[in-house]
Design a binder for this molecule. Structure first.
Ligand SMILES: Cc1cc2nc3c(=O)[nH]c(=O)nc-3n(C[C@H](O)[C@H](O)[C@H](O)COP(=O)(O)O)c2cc1C
Length: 194
């Protein structure tokens, strides 16, 4: 059975470094035997989580679609910026809403439970989004995900990509390759969907 991998950039910005990094990961994984796809959160707008909205109208359809898509994966690669040393609201809000989805097509589901998750970040700063990924890690672990220790950081991202979108720095390129390999190896060994 093939391994399904979803790549989720945590930025909507058109010129986003993290979207570029997600494209590089997509390119690397697409030459393996895994089935890789990408989710653009701009296609699934969500209100800020509000318990009253949930109580009155239920979990929004877009959150259900995202949860359904995640639940069908063996692995998820999140490629997200760091905002004020933490998780950006777009990503946190998406995870919060998806974590409220209890059933997909009448079947109980916990989208993140047992999901193998890899983390990557690009930032124009010196730390490459390191602190933001720590925050993402805490959130996903709380939801039962298997978050890989291996991660990819691209500091000084303004100079981090060439005109073809390839990573210019050897360390960053090698860490993305290692992360993608580890993500696939771990997902294959854990076989979430039996
Ligand atoms: C509200 C806000 C907070 C930010 N905080 C940080 C930060 O703590 N560390 C950092 O490296 N960059 C920070 N940045 C800069 C982002 O890394 C930069 O805007 C980056 O390009 C966003 O990712 P993207 O290119 O994928 O959209 C911040 C940006 C915003 C808008």
């Amino acid at each position: 059975m093939s391994t399904n991998v979803l790549i989720m950039p945590g930025s909507l910005r058109l010129g986003s470094y993290n979207r570029r990094l997600a494209s590089e990961a997509m390119r690397l994984i697409s030459v393996t035997d895994a089935v890789v796809s990408r989710i653009d959160l701009a296609d699934y707008p969500l209100p800020i989580y509000d318990g009253d909205v949930e109580a009155e109208t239920g979990v929004p359809h877009n959150a259900q679609l995202i949860a359904q898509r995640i639940a069908a994966q063996d692995a998820l690669l999140i490629v997200s910026p760091e905002y004020n040393a933490s998780i950006p609201p777009l990503l946190k809000n998406t995870i919060d809403w998806a974590s409220r989805v209890r059933k997909v097509q009448e079947r109980p589901v916990q989208p993140f439970k047992g999901l193998v998750v890899g983390l990557a970040s690009a930032s124009p700063g010196r730390f490459g989004g390191l602190r933001g990924l720590e925050a993402v890690r805490i959130v996903l672990r709380a939801l039962g995900a298997e978050v890989l220790t291996q991660q990819c950081l691209v500091p000084r991202a303004a100079e981090g990509f060439d005109e073809n979108g390839r990573l210019t720095d050897d360390v960053a390129r090698s860490s993305l390759e290692t992360l993608c390999e580890k993500l696939l190896d771990t997902a294959r060994s854990l076989t979430r969907h039996g």
